[in-house]
Write a protein that binds this ligand. Structure first.
Ligand code: LMR
Length: 340
């Protein structure tokens, strides 16, 4: 067992054993049902490992009636195309970040991108499980079903210059996800936002079409960004998490016994992915630190207050799109009190 596998196995402690009812599943048909699960990150990330765990559980528990094909690293679809492919049924499962759900037309997901909304991981989880769950029902008319929230972690900010004061952002072209909030944030910091597919991030930074980015330590490391970014600020200014989505018609079409296997594999893979996210990011940050290629900067409270002041206008901006009631509901779920 590799050290990474051992580490995450210990962190999650989940069992692969089939529940008793799954052992009575019908005999294996000649041709297994194929589930395609496409995502954009590396296999050695919380989401990548969660996807592989789902595959493992689904294949074992279905007794070979289902084959799960996991396509990591945008090998099947990139950010821009994956949601359309899910709606068309060309893939059955995706786990896009909550920042990429705009094509599904449920604007209220935008609040998950708000700067400094979550004081810790639990605040994110509480918000996802209450406020977030209510948004899943709004996805149904688009032919997509929300199954679960998968965690990654807090966003850090990188560039080839140290990002300490708000002034440090001036004029930088910053890669962002396709999120109206991230766009407004970069403008508020004096940077130029550039939406770019995740798969193009490394080359974009290498070629200088963007100067910096925001992301988690696990993504930073596995996308080899230490080769193209000299500074990383441990700002924890935002949060990266995912919605596990299934094509609704596909989910509805599963025979009852397979649907029960599917739902149990989703539940256990979710538990696993969320249990390892913290450890994976802490481990990745340690690796980035020991590589000594990137200068890490932990901002002082007063410096982060300056970022916060610059970014609070973005919260009001979101209220104009999602409505004050949705913003308040998210604040309440997150335990967030806006500064006066
Ligand atoms: C990004 O585009 O930065 C992230 O959404 C990638 C991911 O899926 O973690």
């Amino acid at each position: 067992m590799s050290s990474i596998t051992r580490r995450t196995a210990l962190a999650a402690g989940a069992s692969l054993l089939a529940p008793a009812w799954a052992q009575t599943a019908s005999p294996t048909p000649a041709k297994p049902l194929v589930i395609k699960f496409s995502h954009v990150v590396a296999p050695e990330t919380p989401k990548g490992k969660g996807a592989l765990r789902f595959k493992e559980l689904m294949e074992i528990r279905s007794g070979g009636r289902v084959k799960v094909e996991v396509y990591p690293n945008s090998t099947l679809f990139k950010d821009k195309d994956e949601i359309a492919a899910l709606k068309r049924g060309e893939v059955q499962l995706l786990a896009p970040s909550l920042s990429k759900l705009r094509p599904l037309g449920v604007k209220e997901f935008e609040v998950f991108d708000l700067p400094f909304l979550f004081k810790n991981r639990n605040a994110f989880t509480d918000t996802a499980q209450s406020y977030g769950r209510t948004l899943f029902t709004k996805l149904e008319p688009s032919g997509v079903r929300g199954l679960a929230f998968w965690d990654n972690g807090f966003l850090l900010m990188s560039a080839n210059r140290r990002l300490r004061d708000v002034d440090d952002f001036k004029g930088l072209k910053m890669r962002i996800q396709p999120s109206a909030v991230a766009e407004a944030e970069m403008h508020a910091l004096g940077a130029e936002p550039r939406v770019m597919n995740f798969s193009e991030l490394f080359t974009g930074l290498q070629a200088g079409s963007v100067d910096g980015t925001e992301g988690t330590a696990s993504n930073f490391l596995t996308q080899r960004l230490p080769e193209v970014q000299k500074h990383l600020t441990l700002s924890n200014h935002g949060y990266l998490a995912y919605a596990l989505l299934v094509n609704r018609a596909f989910h509805d079409s599963l025979p009852a016994d397979l649907r029960a296997v599917f739902d149990s594999a989703v539940a256990d893979a979710t538990q696993y992915a969320n249990a390892i996210a913290n450890t994976e990011n802490a481990w990745a940050l340690g690796k980035i630190k020991t590589s000594a290629r990137v200068a890490l900067y932990a901002p002082l409270a007063a410096e982060l207050d300056e970022w916060r002041r610059a970014l609070m206008g973005v919260h009001q901006d979101v209220a104009t799109r999602v409505g004050a009631a949705a913003l308040q509901a998210a604040y309440q779920a997150a335990g967030f009190v806006p500064p006066r």
